[in-house]
Design a protein around this ligand. Sequence first.
Ligand SMILES: CC(C)(COP(=O)(O)OP(=O)(O)OC[C@H]1O[C@@H](n2cnc3c(N)ncnc32)[C@H](O)[C@@H]1OP(=O)(O)O)[C@@H](O)C(=O)NCCC(=O)NCCS
Length: 184
Amino acid sequence: MINNIFLRIILYLKRYKLFRSLGKLVINRMVYYHIATPEDAEDILQHFPYKKGPEKNKTKEQLTQELKDSKDKEFFFMAKTNGRIIGKSAITLYPKRENPNHWAFSSFYVYQEYRGLGIGEKLLRLALKKAEESGATEIVLSVFDHLKPAIHLYRKVGFKHVSSHRRDDENHSLVHIYVYRPLE
Ligand SMILES: CC(C)(COP(=O)(O)OP(=O)(O)OC[C@H]1O[C@@H](n2cnc3c(N)ncnc32)[C@H](O)[C@@H]1OP(=O)(O)O)[C@@H](O)C(=O)NCCC(=O)NCCS
């Protein structure tokens, strides 16, 4: 209850620059970061919709098994407060012939009202740390040009721009590819 009131106050005050650093400090104590286990299949189905894949009605049990099978090859990160998921990210191993330790970062999202409090940066750094511990020598991602806060964070933690291309759809949006190499 008290936690909830505190949270509401922080989310209200974060619009004022002066209070943002204080908000970051306080929220740090109220948010915890979690690497999903197969027991979190339900949360993953809800918050990582692509996991449903072409099989629209994938059950919790099917996904639980899939998560067990992909152990050490895919990790889902969740930021939670008061039992609710407020942010997420994922890393997946995509071995290449020339680099078996090639990973991809994806599903990066912080729910709107919680943005600007450092949760995204934490989720990103947590994913990079886990990828490095898992032997990643290269972590790639793609990002639309208009997602400025995300691009800012990618650069901030050390991602380097590789290339850009226009998506071949009716929007022709500009997409950037970035790479992070822990050993560089
Ligand atoms: C990207 C995202 C996850 C960041 O989450 P967050 O919790 O707000 O992140 P943080 O609070 O840790 O950091 C936000 C950073 O963006 C910066 N930022 C905010 N608006 C910005 C803008 N218009 N241009 C550049 N940087 C901006 C902030 O200053 C802050 O950087 P700083 O800590 O160095 O000052 C969140 O904005 C989001 O969910 N966006 C929509 C989904 C998305 O873009 N996903 C990426 C897909 S590739």
